[in-house]
Ligand binder design. Structure first.
Ligand SMILES: Nc1ncnc2c1ncn2[C@@H]1O[C@H](COP(=O)(O)OP(=O)(O)O)[C@@H](O)[C@H]1O
Ligand SMILES: [Mg+2]
Length: 340
């Protein structure tokens, strides 16, 4: 059996990604499980469960364990992590891989310990945790070890992490800034209020990714047919939603995100602020793919912004790179637990 070498795991609120040494991203699945309450069992994990979201029968619940940016259900999270890690590394007794894990939510010591134990049970030899902005920065190719400041914004589903990093250390950080979910939920609300149409989260997500832009392009307006339930008649109904409407729906979320980013920049010591101004700001995470986002942030903050290549891969890749180049990045790793 070809041995899977060290792995980097991005335990996100929307997606779980795993990077394997010499192979790149080997797993990218929605961070959801489908639970059957009648039998108290998990019936699907990942893409299979995501497909059921919004159309599940009453006895089935589709759970996103990190949806709100905090661990809502430890058991579910553990089950999901175990499932994905085993999928990648197979059942191991010998030649267990090392792993670096980055999690998208705030966790306490106990929760971290449980996750690390879970990794051991799934077959990893040793797992260390890497702070998300550091993982995202390494994965997007920023040179964070020299004493020069860089800023990174990782835009996930539940939340966005903003951090300034210098000498491999986080100098300023904020995690309570909204992520892509807020934009999606704003579309659901907008369509309900303006068109009396109830649409699901997944439909709104599809609209956002297909035609959504946070920057009013003012050109010929693109439209997409969407179907939902008419809140007045209760019957199914289809309407066309235009790109400009989607932009309008997402305005408040965009403003909230900009305020959060500005809050971090304003707290930076002057030298660091100067570095950030010189080097620009790197955007990573799946949410960085929202059209117009890079331009709107650049214009508002008046600092150049870049989007990482494959922004959704940055965190998992960063975790993997750290293991590949321990002499360079070893100092970034904090918490660790080794199997006795
Ligand atoms: N093409 C796209 N356009 C706009 N948003 C996108 C696109 N692809 C993914 N997203 C958004 O990215 C977010 C998920 O990013 P991800 O990094 O996977 O989250 P997390 O790290 O929290 O698991 C979601 O809000 C999703 O809507
Ligand atoms: Mg992410």
């Amino acid at each position: 059996m070809a041995a899977i070498e060290d792995i980097g795991v991005d335990l996100g609120s929307s997606n779980v990604l795993i990077y394997a040494r010499d192979k790149g991203i080997v797993l990218n699945e929605p961070a959801v499980l489908a639970v059957d309450h009648d039998t108290q069992s998990v019936i699907a994990i990942g893409m299979e469960a995501y497909k059921m979201m919004g159309r599940e029968p009453s006895n089935i619940e589709v759970v996103r364990p990190l949806r709100s940016g905090a661990i809502r259900d430890n058991n579910m999270l553990g089950l999901m992590l175990n499932h994905f890690v085993v999928m990648v590394i197979g059942k191991r007794v010998f030649s267990r891989p090392r792993a670096v894990l980055s999690i998208s939510s705030m966790t306490n010591e106990l929760e971290r310990r449980q996750l690390l134990m879970g990794m051991l049970e799934a077959g990893a030899r040793r797992t260390q945790i890497l702070a998300r902005p550091l993982a995202a920065a390494v994965g997007s190719g920023l040179k964070i070890m020299p004493p020069i400041g860089h800023m990174i914004i990782d835009i996930g589903g539940a939340n966005s992490h903003v951090a300034a990093i210098a000498s491999g250390q986080m100098m300023a950080e904020s995690t309570d800034i909204c992520g892509g979910d807020a934009f999606t939920e704003a579309i659901v609300r907008y369509v309900r209020l303006k068109h009396n149409l109830l649409i699901g989260f997944r439909t709104a997500e599809d609209i956002k990714c297909a035609i959504g832009t946070v920057r009013n392009l003012g050109d010929t307006d693109l439209a997409l047919p969407i179907a939902g339930r008419n809140l007045v008649s209760g019957l199914p109904k289809q309407i066309d939603i235009t790109r400009n409407e989607v932009t309008e729906a997402m305005e408040d979320s965009m403003r909230a995100m900009l305020e959060g980013i500005r809050g971090v920049i304003e707290r930076l010591p002057p030298e660091l602020a100067n570095d950030v101004f010189d080097n620009g700001i790197m955007l990573t995470g799946g949410g960085a793919q929202l059209k117009g986002l890079q331009e709107v942030i650049s214009e508002d903050i008046k600092v150049r912004c870049y989007t990482a290549e494959d922004p959704q891969h940055s965190v998992a890749a960063g975790c993997g790179y750290v293991l590949e180049r321990m002499e360079e990045f070893g100092a970034l790793l904090g918490d660790s637990r080794r199997k006795k």
